[in-house]
Design a protein around this ligand. Structure first.
Ligand SMILES: Cc1ncc(COP(=O)(O)O)c(C=O)c1O
Length: 445
């Protein structure tokens, strides 16, 4: 089967009426600069750019909430971004220090050691044998998520659509926009996964890729990965399964990878950022369909995408060690249980998710009503109340898609002494305090 490589019907250029296609800004190049010497720039105004303008970075929108939360004695407790606060494993740091790889260029697809360690972890964690040649490195997975539509489009220029969960990590949609493609969100199924039956035939025919994310950021839901892989194979669309939270699966153990249901037409995407607290080092990998791995790793080599050698050494050591992951699981699970309990005490509907390290909290009725009256989202109103009442910074759910607008996401990325501070604030507010509007809620953003 040919996964989108110059196959399938030629789509019409008209925008699809289906699902929730986001804004698709024009990416046409702006005016070409003249090579002849023109008037001095200081004398003539710069021509207005008519090409792509990046949208605001989601977390830059939180400045007002940040200020409100920061007014608390003891400061803000920042649960907005999923950036780990716990240390990377000692074995990884030691391996980086020992590595003698800094002077030469690293292999773009990853060293034999790195690819072998990734394959070894896939075997230990999921019981699947993937040859190391069908594994390749990426510079953290965000760049892979953002860049893959562009690279897939180079070989399938007649396809122009990126499918992804409608409530999701924002980079799936941004990757589409950066490639000049249409981002099309697939609605949630009642069980929290994606409703694949909602994808129209036209969108399927135009799709370059279907992204799956299980456990999901932000909802924590687990997806039916077997169904996603089958859908991709039936429609000739590569399925990329972002599994970066898989070690923090709570509802089922051992956890699942899409590769367990066959590698044809699919890639599993994994990151060292969450598993091993190495977000600052930038290391991840993708594995699966040999032809997809070959194509992506070849074109990424031309583009100069390389994980630094010492980071590959650290990554290989981290992938070879499971003990630190067990400890990290305990930390996240303790924080999830603790904060969910405190928020329930405060009157919110907080539940430990099926996976991941985020609480995904529905706005209570008073916040939803206020949102309607003020033309804002319920999640934003709740985030404002959490910032003002408890100095807690969360992310309003609208950052993850319109369908998430009634929620707030809280990341369990603060150490225990900051969780203690939150506990004293929430207990101080009193039982049920957030089930009704707070007396003097100011608008924070
Ligand atoms: C769902 C998901 N995918 C990918 C990433 C990117 O992680 P990294 O680039 O650190 O590997 C994140 C980061 O938060 C994420 O939540």
């Amino acid at each position: 089967m040919n996964y989108g490589a110059h196959s399938g019907p030629s789509p019409s250029p008209s925008p699809s009426p289906s699902l929730s296609a986001g804004p698709s800004p024009s990416l046409s190049a702006g005016p070409s600069p003249s090579l002849s010497a023109g008037p001095s720039p200081s004398l003539s105004p710069r021509p207005a750019a008519s090409g792509f303008e990046p949208p605001p970075y989601p977390y830059d929108r939180l400045a007002g909430l940040r200020m409100a939360a920061g007014r608390h004695p003891g400061g803000m407790v920042d649960l907005s971004i999923g950036t780990p606060c716990d240390p990377p494993p000692g074995v990884a740091i030691a391996a980086m220090e020992r590595s003698r790889t800094a002077r030469g260029y690293p292999a773009s697809a990853g060293s034999d050691e790195y690819r072998g360690a990734a394959a070894g972890w896939l075997e230990r964690r999921f019981g699947i044998a993937i040859p190391p040649g069908n594994v390749a490195a990426c510079v953290g997975t965000k760049e892979l998520v953002a860049g893959t539509p562009w690279l897939l489009r180079l070989r399938s220029p007649e396809r122009d659509t990126v499918l992804y969960p409608a409530v999701a990590y924002p980079t799936y949609a941004l990757g589409a926009i950066l490639a000049g493609c249409r981002p099309v969100g697939v609605p949630e199924a009642p069980d929290g996964g994606m409703d694949l039956s909602a994808i129209s035939d036209e969108d399927a025919a135009r799709a370059l890729v279907l992204w799956v994310n299980s456990p999901s950021n932000p909802t924590g839901a687990l997806s039916d990965l077997e169904a996603a892989g089958s859908w991709g194979r039936a429609n000739g669309v590569p399925v990329l399964s972002d599994e970066c939270y898989v070690e923090f699966t709570w509802e089922r153990w051992p956890p699942e990878t899409i590769l367990q249901h066959g590698v044809e037409g699919v890639l599993a995407v994994h990151s060292l950022s969450k598993r091993s607290n190495m977000a600052g080092l930038r290391a991840g990998f993708y594995a699966g369909d040999p032809e997809l791995v070959r194509y992506l790793s070849e074109v990424r080599k031309h583009a100069g995408l390389m994980v630094p050698g010492p980071v590959q050494a650290a990554g290989a050591a981290a992938l070879g060690d499971d003990e630190h992951v067990a400890e990290q699981r305990r930390r996240y699970r303790d924080r999830l249980d603790r904060l969910a309990g405190l928020l329930r005490f405060a009157g919110l509907d907080a539940r430990v998710p099926a996976g991941g390290f985020y609480l995904w909290i529905a706005a209570p009725k008073w916040a939803a009503d206020r949102a309607v009256a003020e033309g804002r989202s319920g999640g934003w109103v709740l985030a404002e109340a959490l910032a003002e009442a408890a100095g807690m910074l969360g992310s309003p759910g609208e950052l993850y898609g319109d369908a998430g607008a009634g929620f707030v996401r809280l990341a369990m990325v603060q150490p225990e002494h900051r969780m203690d501070l939150l506990e004293s604030r929430l207990v101080g507010l009193g039982e049920g305090s957030l089930a009704a509007p707070l007396p003097a809620t100011r608008q924070a953003g």
